[in-house]
Design a binder for this molecule. Structure first.
Ligand SMILES: C[S@@+](CC[C@H](N)C(=O)[O-])C[C@H]1O[C@@H](n2cnc3c(N)ncnc32)[C@H](O)[C@@H]1O
Length: 240
């Protein structure tokens, strides 16, 4: 089931997702680190380190948002990174951060939709996405496009929320995720729907084996799946 952020609106999921991220862009980084208690940085590091065998790669970071994964890919791998996103306001924050860090030669960002990527076939050594795929309107189309622009043998790394299963952590976590997070997220971002959409979209999104099946459908070969922090998030590595 595809979950939309603003239930009373009739616009497409893609339009709603772009609006939602435009609304919360200014508070996104703070809320990310605050609500995850900083663990999101460790997850991004681990995701990028799965590409350590690539020498000065050219990476496409899809759904780059405010650019944290793109910046990390440059720092840890010496990569040249192209970042794309459908939210202009998220990209503005990314551009400011990249400029302040003096990384504009190595990291370029532009508007672009994962379901119709503005690049030739077989362009990139790796494609990365952190917390983006769950927001796609058409997951199959998004993954197929990402596979298309990868060079043969190229790697795809996806970091996405998943659902912990161990008692009692699962119960405690879901209480936090369904009740406390929407409260704090709503008060700070002033967009309560955005932080209600977050748990709802995670609960309705394929994880683990089911997500590997989606990767296979898009023509990718799953290589590795690493649960993070008792399964709150999972990193998927696949090869074209
Ligand atoms: C939760 S943010 C993640 C941002 C960043 N990757 C990070 O790790 O913080 C999700 C991003 O996905 C973007 N997005 C959603 N659907 C997209 C699509 N079809 N193509 C490109 N970007 C998309 C949103 O605009 C948003 O910036």
């Amino acid at each position: 089931m595809s979950v939309k952020p603003y239930k009373e609106e009739t616009s497409s999921k893609k339009q709603q997702v772009a609006n939602m991220f435009n609304n919360i862009a200014g508070k996104y980084d703070f809320l990310n680190h605050f609500l995850s208690m900083g663990i999101d940085k460790k997850w991004r590091k681990k995701a990028i380190d799965l590409l350590k065998d690539l020498k000065s790669p050219h990476i496409l970071d899809v759904a780059t948002g405010t650019g944290d994964l793109a910046i990390m890919a440059h720092k840890r791998l010496g990569a040249n990174v192209t970042g794309v996103d459908i939210s202009t306001q998220m990209l503005k924050v990314a551009e400011k951060k990249i400029y302040e860090k003096g990384l504009e030669t190595f990291i370029k960002v532009k508007e672009g939709d994962s379901e119709s990527l503005p690049f030739e076939d077989n362009t990139f050594d790796a494609v990365t996405v952190a917390f983006g795929v769950r927001n796609y309107e058409n997951l199959d189309k998004g993954l197929t496009e990402m596979a298309r622009v990868l060079k043969p043998g190229g790697k795809m790394v996806i970091l996405e929320f998943s659902r912990p299963s161990a008692f009692p952590f699962k119960q405690l976590y879901f209480f936090y995720f369904k009740h406390m997070l929407p409260f704090f997220g709503g008060v700070i971002s002033k967009d309560k729907a955005a932080y209600e959409y977050l748990p709802e979209s995670v609960l309705n999104f394929p994880d683990g084996e089911a997500f590997d099946a989606e990767l296979k459908k898009a023509g990718m070969k799953p290589l590795k799946r690493e649960k993070q922090t008792l399964g709150i998030a999972t990193i998927y590595l696949a090869k074209k």
